[in-house]
Design a protein around this ligand. Structure first.
Ligand code: NAD
Ligand code: APR
Ligand code: ZN
Length: 251
């Protein structure tokens, strides 16, 4: 098939020493982890996001939220990194390249593909901590092979409060260090590649614009085409699992 990645993007990728890769749910789509907003398969289309991913929803019904996140944890556990994840690892290991990855994803597929992840700006589903005293918890998600209505979350060993997933819910602040590292990387990068995000949630959606304002080329990989609020210099309208191996394979 004709090369997915235009020659000018390959030239940028070949010469860039400092690269920032920003990923969203689309980077894990081909691993079978549903995205949040894709019309047909998007997870939110079956659930009301404001119902499940807010501190209010948790306060109202922790068992329902815990059951839903337990099912998501199951989908992630049975998933495998896809060729897109692996291409990022290969690029990161290329001599002379300082490639940083900042993801909105709460899965561990980048890590399982061997990528060193600089930041999870929306946290990590498997980091569990107490919703009351914020003590980290050694608890784990139970196996939830099918979505079920409710599962009581584990109790905090220290104070008896409910244990919650370590992710950023709507309205919550993002982990400051992760966000700062991502902004700094966007200011230093010579090339930014944005993979699989609808560009709808801030402040993550504002990061590519930081690079653009500095004249740094931004490349977006998304089968839906251009989604970034501040645009991109190049848009590769293809799935990550095809575009990224094509890009990295031609470096
Ligand atoms: P939002 O518009 O509320 O902004 C997210 C948070 O970041 C807010 O607390 C806001 O104060 C802060 N913020 C916004 N712009 C900022 C900036 N420029 N610099 C620093 N902080 C800034 O976003 P939202 O739609 O309410 O979602 C909140 C977060 O929760 C998002 O990051 C979203 O992706 C995340 N989330 C995660 C899940 C999940 O299941 N992992 C589900 C839903 C939402
Ligand atoms: N390759 C690349 N991109 C893809 C693929 C694929 N195979 N499949 C789907 N996409 C694109 C879709 O076109 C869409 O633009 O991935 C994007 C997924 O968008 P969302 O589902 O909105 O996921 P994301 O942008 O990561 O959501 C941002 O919102 O719900 C919160 O915290 C959650 O981190 C999430 C944040
Ligand atoms: Zn506690």
């Amino acid at each position: 098939d004709p090369a997915l990645v235009p020659e000018e993007v390959l030239d940028l990728a070949r010469s860039a020493r400092r690269v920032l890769v920003l990923t969203g749910a689309g980077a894990s789509a081909e691993s079978g982890v549903p995205t949040f907003r894709d019309a047909v398969t998007g997870l939110w289309s079956r659930f009301d996001p404001m119902q499940l991913a807010t501190p209010e929803a948790w306060a109202a019904d922790p068992a329902m939220c815990w059951a839903w996140y337990g099912w998501r944890a199951h989908l992630i556990r049975i998933a495998e990194p896809n060729p897109g994840h692996r291409a990022i690892t290969t690029w990161q290991q290329r001599p002379g390249v300082d490639l940083r990855v900042s993801t909105q994803n709460i899965d561990d597929l980048h890590e399982r593909a061997g990528t060193e992840v600089m930041a999870h700006v929306h946290g990590n589903l498997f980091d569990l901590w107490c919703a009351d005293c914020e003590a980290p918890s050694a608890a784990e998600f139970p196996p939830v092979p099918e979505p079920v209505e409710r599962i009581d979350p584990p109790r905090c060993e220290a104070c008896g409060g409910w244990v919650r997933p370590g992710i950023v819910w709507f309205g919550e602040m993002l982990p400051e260090a992760e966000l700062e590292a991502t902004v700094t990387a966007a200011e230093r990068a010579e090339l930014v590649v944005v993979v699989g995000t609808s560009g709808m949630v801030y402040p993550a959606a504002a990061v590519p614009g930081i690079a653009r304002d500095l004249g740094t080329p931004v490349v977006e990989v998304n089968p839906a085409g251009s989604t970034l609020p501040d645009g991109a210099d190049h848009v590769i309208a293809a799935p990550a699992g095809e575009a990224l191996p094509d890009l990295v394979g031609n470096l």
